[in-house]
Design a protein around this ligand. Structure first.
Ligand code: AMP
Length: 192
């Protein structure tokens, strides 16, 4: 799942997990749990998340490598918030190849910046925001997204794996468009 912060990646990844049974691998959630647990990793990354900067490639590649070896990933997984840089994407390709697997489909949720800001303000108003959900940090998270992560779209487009979906449509329509893209990718023989 690909897209700027607030695009709906997490929401849609959870629905895919429910309907297809592929676990959601969210590096953001894993890092937040490490912070909540007060582990050494958590202490190392806390300030970075608070600012909306990226944690080092080495750290996130390490946590994904470990997670991929859990038995629930045997039949597939939904990556949410990973990879976020070209070196992470290259490392993921290597990790998957070493396990006889590959990325089958990349779904980009496209949402205008003004709407992302509104969504974050709504999350704050509704009381289910995260510590890095504030307009200032969002601006930095967006800048980081366009600088480091958006170039990955060309990487996956070149591999003919990219499907772009309007993330401003109602949640249900986005879910349906994603389901269609997954089914189509399956028919084309991408899965298997
Ligand atoms: P997210 O919940 O995906 O928006 O991630 C929250 C924060 O965790 C990000 O703003 C980064 O600080 C950090 N983070 C999550 N995933 C990655 C990643 N793949 N690479 C680097 N930093 C990440």
């Amino acid at each position: 799942m690909f897209g700027p912060p607030g695009a709906g990646k997490g929401t849609q990844a959870k629905i895919i997990t429910e309907t297809r049974g592929w676990p959601q691998l969210s590096t953001g959630d894993m890092l937040r749990s490490a912070i909540a647990a007060g582990s050494e990793l958590g202490r190392k990354v806390e300030a970075i998340l608070a600012k909306g900067d990226l944690v080092s490639d080495e750290i996130v590649i390490g946590i994904i490598a470990e997670r991929l070896d859990k038995p629930d990933c045997a039949k597939g997984a939904v990556f949410d918030g990973f990879p976020r840089t070209i070196p992470q994407a290259e490392a993921l390709d290597r990790l998957l190849a070493g396990r006889g697997k590959k990325i089958e489909l990349v779904i980009e949720l496209k949402v205008d910046d003004a709407i992302l800001l509104k969504r974050v303000e709504q999350r704050i108003a509704e009381g289910h925001s995260r510590p890095d959900d504030n307009p200032e940090t969002l601006k930095n998270r967006l800048a980081v997204y366009y600088k480091n992560t958006a170039p990955l779209l060309a990487y996956y487009k070149g591999q003919k794996k990219l499907v772009t979906i309007d993330g401003m449509a109602p949640i249900d329509s986005v879910t349906k468009a994603i389901a269609k893209a997954i089914d189509m990718a399956g028919k084309k023989g991408w899965f298997g």
